[in-house]
Design a binder for this molecule. Structure first.
Ligand SMILES: Cc1ncc(COP(=O)(O)O)c(C=O)c1O
Length: 403
């Protein structure tokens, strides 16, 4: 491969939440340190353990050589880069006036909801649920109404359209969050699924906040279907949110954007997000996006997806062969595994807390799935060099699931 997806990066002391909170008791949030003899394999928070595509650093370094960092205007190249990326990767014909800056995708979700809802309104969200939605919605005073995804005979997570309709009617819902691809299950919704959901939203006048932060990380030949692409109505009822942060591992730089075609919604989103005076771009993150959304960036993402596909295929095969009582629906996008340990817990009589601790003890820093509404689930980040993923599963085999 042209780019480096095999070097093991030492992120300790390099401003990385993924490793710096391990063994950091006394911090507001921490994971226990591993036992003697085991190093840390970070498999929780959604960032990656690969070096970025070099064009990102080059763009930032070039700019940093100029010794002023005063007030600035977003560059034309910034908007052009987004338009080109969206055209190439999502087949979207975006105009500059459809694009708006958002510090973060969750901030964009919160702003969109303040446009669409009154405080205390009910908002439809699928369960399992990304923990960030739970925090943002409750922090902003909305009532979360969950519609549970259900696993079909093949184990694939599907939307339950009947349940969604029932919840919409019962709770007079007019705003939904649609996570596509879905975190934490890793579902890349098929076209008919997006169409059917959007028809339902149209039928009941539900406006949609479509979180597509994961839309570039698509595995094993699957294809992302942008929510706004499925019909003219979907295009006009949806606030879509994107970011280079997840795709290129730039969360520490901050910087996302919305795409809104509906003029009323667009003006309201811009107005609402201006109120706090904090929603403004950082000059270095502007350069990071311009370095990311390049032909090299596209090539890097293709290799990233190949690498993650390999990791996901390895992990799912390994679980099936070696971990009796553990099941997983192979993710089609994202780099997250959402494994269900119900059978193993039942068989061994162990608790979730004991299981999680057993992993942490041997340096596998995985994440409690209960915060994502998975009663017996663990969420695992596979955006690491293959050798690290192999090492993690070897430790889980020897010391946790088959100890
Ligand atoms: C679905 C989803 N939305 C939003 C975010 C966070 O985005 P941001 O940091 O831009 O708020 C994440 C991060 O993992 C995510 O998985």
């Amino acid at each position: 491969m042209k780019y480096d997806f095999t070097s093991i990066l030492d992120r300790k002391g390099k401003d990385a939440l993924a490793v710096d909170v391990v063994g950091a008791a006394g911090q507001p949030f921490s994971y226990p340190a591993p036992k003697e003899g085991f190093d840390v394999i970070p498999m929780w928070v959604a960032d990656m353990n690969f070096p970025v595509v070099p064009t990102i650093q080059e763009a930032m370094i070039q700019r940093a050589k100029h010794p002023t960092f005063g007030y600035f205007l977003p560059r034309q190249e910034y908007t052009d880069a987004i338009i080109q990326w969206q055209k190439e990767h999502n087949g979207a014909q975006v105009q500059p006036e459809n694009i708006g800056y958002e510090n973060g995708v969750l901030g964009g979700v919160a702003t969109a909801l303040s446009v669409l809802c009154s405080k205390g309104d009910h908002v439809l969200v699928h369960a399992p649920t990304y923990v960030g939605f739970t925090g943002t919605l409750s922090n902003n005073g909305y009532h979360i109404v969950h519609s549970q995804l259900v696993q079909d005979e093949a184990g694939t997570w599907r939307m339950d359209f009947e349940d969604m309709e029932k919840k919409i009617l019962e709770n007079k819902i007019h705003a939904a969050i649609f996570c596509s691809p879905h975190n934490p299950t890793g579902r890349v919704w098929e076209k008919w699924e997006v169409e059917k959901a959007m028809e339902l939203f149209k039928k009941h006048d539900v406006m949609v906040v479509s979180d597509e932060i994961w839309s570039d990380i698509i595995l094993n030949g699957n294809a992302h279907v942008p929510t706004q692409s499925v019909s003219e109505d979907a295009k006009m009822r949806t606030v879509s949110l994107y970011a280079p942060s997840k795709t290129f591992n730039l969360a520490g730089l901050v910087g996302s954007y919305h795409i809104i075609y509906n003029k009323l919604l667009k003006d309201r989103q811009d107005k609402e997000s201006s109120l706090c005076h904090y929603n403004s771009m950082n000059v270095m993150s502007m350069y990071a996006l311009m370095g990311a959304y390049t032909p090299e960036g596209s090539e890097w993402v293709a290799q990233l997806n190949e690498t993650i596909s390999g990791n996901v295929n390895f992990a799912c095969d390994y679980i099936e062969k070696h971990f009796e009582g553990v099941t997983v629906c192979k993710p089609q996008g994202t780099y997250m595994l959402f494994i269900d340990c119900a059978g193993w817990l039942k068989k061994t009589g162990k608790t979730m807390d004991e299981l999680l601790q057993a992993g942490w003890d041997v340096g596998v820093v995985w994440q409690d799935g209960r915060a994502f509404h998975g009663a017996s689930h663990i969420r695992m980040n596979l955006a690491l060099p293959y050798s690290r993923v192999q090492e993690a599963f070897d430790r889980l085999n020897k010391y946790v699931f088959n100890a």
